[in-house]
Every structure is written in structure tokens, then in C-alpha cells.
Design a protein around this ligand. Structure first.
Ligand code: PMP
Length: 397
């Protein structure tokens, strides 16, 4: 159980060890609690105490809204891990990377007063649904949701408007992708690209080389698991784009909570101090958990003719300096193979497994997403339900 917390929904009793019978597995959300045991082990060194008088001001002493100390530690982390080139980039903090998605869409859109047509914001299916939901919500003079890239790719080469990096498109590229874990690249010619690198860390994927796109997004939610602190950052090459994103942050929230920045500094310091230290490296820990979960789930699903998983191969990782046992960047992308299961989400729901339908990602309803990021208890319940499902196939006609 979790120290000092309430029990997982499928467990009860004073020490949370009593199983509730027939409890359904809930693997819908990407809540990254798989890292909680790491922070329980490092409870003392990662604790941050903030006195009542501390950081009361709207501004920090070093700069208006962003801690330079935190920025420097984030740069150090990128260099130590080798997952992003930071030297020629500006850093803009956001309240989670969610806030930065819209800040960057704004920053890359043409000036509404200059008479240019609005940018079209696009993504390749299956994509992270919040891109669409957020863009549709804020839709205005500057930009609008343009749907998936598939419809535009054909006549893209001949497009010639001025918005969004010359082609009129702002393309959201998630790499590795949520939900299918592939390392995606932009597909439209000349689009302005927002490269969402939320999962580009060694616990989720091999790192072939440091990412070096013009606009990259990262989040503490998936790096250390501190999703509730709401902290993300963007690495931005162009000073003008960075300034527009920063202005967006100023106008919407006056920057990220100084309390959050202080806590994140403490957390990043612990991560840095333990890099490459045996039994203490957060990426070794995280990769061990994700790799083990993936192996167990694959072993069960490989006996099934009803459901299948995406294939992920072992690849050389520059961080671990070896071929890395595969793990999906956080999610199993499940396909229902039988004619009778056209809606995979519904089919699994009947087996007491709560997933997220691929329809949300504009993929076929044959697909659904299982989160592998949740707690050990959640994963254990998932394994039980999947095992029951596979065993039941033997008795099918
Ligand atoms: N981008 C991607 C691809 C994600 O999967 C998520 C969270 N599930 C986010 C961004 C948002 O993360 P946060 O706002 O917590 O930083």
C-alpha cells in the first residue's frame, strides 16, 4: 500500500492488503504513479520545506517569473541524459506542458492583425486528444483545428500561404507517440512543428540521439511522476517565438507557481545526484518497472487470438550504453482481432478492463489504450483480468 494514503480502489483493510472481489482493472488514465515507490525510497532527500515567509512575491529575485537556478538544473539534466540539445534554445516554463501546448500554438500563429489567414493546427492519428480539445476550445482569429494530417498530406506540397512557418500549418508531433509509442516525425512539408517530447526519457524509450527540433516540449509529469505539481517546459530556438510564448504565460497566469518551481528544483537535484548510481538512478528504476510490466503483459497476450499489442523491438540506447529491453512509452495499444469485437473498448469493458477507446485518438474503434503508468496494484489487477480473458478463450467454441 501507499504510506499514509488511502487504499487503491481494489483493496481494503488496515494495511490495504484485502482484495475486493471482481474489481475491474482501471487502466484508463496516464497517471504516473509507477514512480511513487522511487520517491518513497528517496523520501528524506527529496523533501522540500517552504516557510510561511518564503517566495511570497509575484517575482523571483533572479528574473520575473522563472527560477534561473531551476532552468540551469534542467539544462544539466538534458545534457547528462543526452535527450535534447539545449545550448541554442530558450526555456519557457508552463503549468504542465498542457498550458505550453496552447502557448506555443499562439506563439507560432501569424499575427491576427497582419491579415494572414489563421494557421491550421494538425496532428497525425492516432494522436493525443487534448491537442484537438484545447485548440477547438481556444479557436479564434489566429488559428483553428485543422484535423489530421492525412487529409492535407496529398496537396501539401503545393500549399503556399504565410501562416505557421510558411505552409499555414502548425503540426503537433508526439515522439514517442501517445498512444502507440512510435517515434513520430512531421509529415507535412514546411509546417511549423511543436515536438512533444513528454516521453523522450530512458525509462520509456531508447534514446538514439539528442532531439534538436526548433520547438520541444517536456513535462515533469512523465519524467519524475510529479503530475500534480503541474510543471512543464519548452525548449525554443527562435527568440521571437520564445518571447511570444513567455508573453502568453504572463497574460494567462503570471508564470508558474513559485512553490512548484522550488519543489521541482529539489526533485531535479535528487535526480541529478543519483544519475548512473547503482540502485538509485531514476531511469534504471523506471525502465525496470516499465520493461517488466511490458514483458508480463506480452507473455499473457501472446497466448491470445482475441487481442494483440504493438510490436516494440530492443534498440541501442545512448543513455544506458547498451541494447535496451523494450518498453512502450507508457501505453499498450491494444487491437481486438475478432470480427465480433468491432469496438475494442466495449469488448474489454465487458471483461472488467477499463481502457481508453482509440476513437478518441481518431483511430479505429478496433484499438484501445491501456495505461501502464499507474501503480503496482493497478497493474496487478490488470494482469489478473487479462489472464482471465486469455484463459477463457480456450473454452470458446
Ligand atoms: N503531452 C502528452 C503527449 C501527454 O501524454 C501528456 C499527459 N498525458 C501531456 C502532454 C500533458 O502533460 P502535463 O500537462 O501533465 O505536463
Amino acid at each position: 500500500g501507499r504510506p499514509g494514503c488511502e487504499c487503491n480502489r481494489c483493496f481494503s483493510g488496515p494495511d490495504c492488503s484485502v482484495r475486493k472481489p471482481n474489481c475491474s482493472a482501471d487502466v484508463a488514465s496516464g497517471d504516473p504513479l509507477f514512480l511513487e515507490p522511487y520517491w518513497v525510497r528517496h523520501a528524506a532527500s527529496s523533501a522540500v520545506v517552504i516557510s510561511g515567509w518564503h517566495r511570497m512575491s509575484y517575482t523571483t529575485t533572479d528574473r520575473l517569473y522563472q527560477s534561473v537556478e531551476l532552468e540551469n538544473h534542467i539544462r544539466r539534466l538534458h545534457r547528462a541524459v543526452g535527450n535534447a540539445v539545449d545550448g541554442d534554445k530558450h526555456i519557457v516554463f508552463g503549468t504542465g506542458s498542457m498550458q505550453l501546448v496552447n502557448a506555443l500554438v499562439h506563439a507560432l500563429s501569424p499575427d491576427a492583425n497582419a491579415g494572414s489567414p489563421p494557421a491550421r493546427v494538425v496532428a497525425t492519428a492516432p494522436y493525443y486528444p487534448n491537442y484537438r480539445k484545447q485548440t477547438v476550445m481556444f479557436d479564434g482569429r489566429e488559428y483553428s483545428w485543422g484535423g489530421t494530417t492525412a487529409g492535407w498530406a496529398a496537396n501539401n506540397a503545393s500549399r503556399n500561404s504565410t501562416a505557421g512557418g510558411g505552409s499555414g500549418f502548425i503540426e503537433l508531433v508526439t515522439s514517442p507517440n501517445n498512444p502507440d509509442a512510435l517515434l513520430h516525425k512531421p509529415v507535412l512539408h514546411g509546417s511549423a512543428v511543436i515536438s512533444d517530447r513528454a516521453y523522450y526519457w530512458p525509462h520509456f524509450t531508447h534514446i538514439p540521439e539528442p532531439a534538436d527540433e526548433d520547438v520541444m516540449l517536456f513535462t515533469m509529469s512523465k519524467l519524475t511522476g510529479h503530475a500534480g505539481s503541474r510543471f512543464g517546459w519548452a525548449l525554443i530556438r527562435d527568440a521571437r517565438v520564445a518571447k511570444r510564448a513567455y508573453d502568453y504565460l504572463e497574460q494567462t497566469s503570471y508564470g508558474v507557481s513559485r512553490d512548484t518551481q522550488l519543489r521541482m528544483l529539489g526533485i531535479v537535484k535528487v535526480v541529478l545526484a543519483n544519475l548512473n548510481v547503482v540502485d538509485k538512478d531514476i531511469f534504471s528504476f523506471g525502465h525496470h518497472v516499465m520493461g517488466t510490466r511490458w514483458r508480463r503483459l506480452n507473455a499473457a497476450v501472446s497466448r491470445s487470438r482475441r487481442i494483440s499489442l504493438q510490436t516494440i523491438r530492443p534498440q541501442y540506447c545512448t543513455y544506458f550504453k547498451r541494447v535496451r529491453e523494450p518498453s512502450p512509452a507508457a501505453y499498450a495499444w491494444v487491437k481486438c482481432e475478432r470480427e465480433e469485437d468491432p469496438d475494442c473498448y466495449e469488448a474489454l469493458l465487458k471483461e472488467n478492463i477499463i481502457t481508453r477507446s482509440g476513437v478518441r485518438n481518431e483511430a479505429s474503434s478496433r484499438y484501445t489504450r491501456m495505461s501502464l503508468l499507474k501503480s503496482d496494484d493497478d497493474f496487478d489487477v490488470l494482469m489478473e483480468r487479462v489472464t482471465e480473458l486469455v484463459n477463457a478463450e480456450k473454452y470458446d467454441a
